[in-house]
Design a protein around this ligand. Structure first.
Ligand SMILES: [Ca+2]
Ligand SMILES: [Ca+2]
Length: 224
């Protein structure tokens, strides 16, 4: 090793370890085809480069919704007495099974939270029976303490992890729970309301928009 090479090597090694290019007068003294190794940054555990690892596509359902699972049908006004005969249906419109364990359906006063690991299959539905008792299954959930939904005015919201608003619907008139939050995340438009159903009919969501135009009256179809 010649004398000038001995001078250069420690500097080159230091530059390599620190991951930056040689600079200053020392760099100016380097001539020829010496190439310093380049680094994308510290990688002490030899982790895969996050910029080149393929990212999984999140399971989406309706194109207008952030969530694969949405509030699909609300049956608030059964023929005759409403209490004990109301339900809310959720639908997984995506092509992937959705884990909604810990998600909460609430009207701002009462709520139903799905148990740990609760899953809705692709294209599957789960019906939450409001104010009714029964044996919970993969497709039917009972919320006995959930008080009667008002047919005059109200809202329902689906909260992921009990916190993040992923779906919303409201009917009647304003100042309902979570209305402004739903507007802020483009899941609804404040001041917009689903038309109140005729007694004996439910309101159904068709997935085409995050506002009342995507909702229409129809026969109750729990689980279908
Ligand atoms: Ca009724
Ligand atoms: Ca239905």
């Amino acid at each position: 090793m010649r004398f000038y090479q001995r001078l250069l090597m420690p500097g080159l090694m230091l530059a390599s370890v620190l991951g930056f290019s040689a600079c200053g007068d020392y760099a100016n003294s380097v001539e020829g085809d010496v190439t310093l190794p380049k680094s994308n940054g510290p990688n002490p555990q030899n982790l895969p480069n996050p910029n080149t690892v393929p990212k999984p596509t999140p399971p989406q359902g309706y194109p207008v919704s952030l969530s694969p699972v949405t509030i699909q049908e609300v049956f608030a006004d059964p023929v005759g007495v409403n209490a004990g005969s109301q339900y809310v249906e959720l639908f997984n419109a995506s092509a992937f099974e959705a884990d909604i364990g810990g998600w909460t359906l609430t009207d701002g006063t009462d709520s139903h939270t799905f148990g740990f690991g609760f899953k809705v299959p692709a294209g599957g539905r789960v019906v939450v029976f409001i104010g009714q008792s029964g044996v919970d299954t993969n497709t039917q959930q009972f919320a006995p303490s959930f008080r009667e939904l008002s047919t005059v005015q109200g809202s329902l919201v689906l909260l992921r992890a009990g916190v993040d608003l992923v779906d919303f619907v409201q009917w009647g008139s304003g100042n309902n729970a979570f209305e402004s939050t739903a507007d802020s995340v483009n899941e609804w438009v404040s001041g917009d309301f689903v038309v109140n159903p005729n007694e004996g009919t439910a309101v159904h969501y068709d997935g085409s928009a995050s506002n009342s135009t995507a909702w229409s009256n129809g026969n109750p179809t729990p689980g279908n």
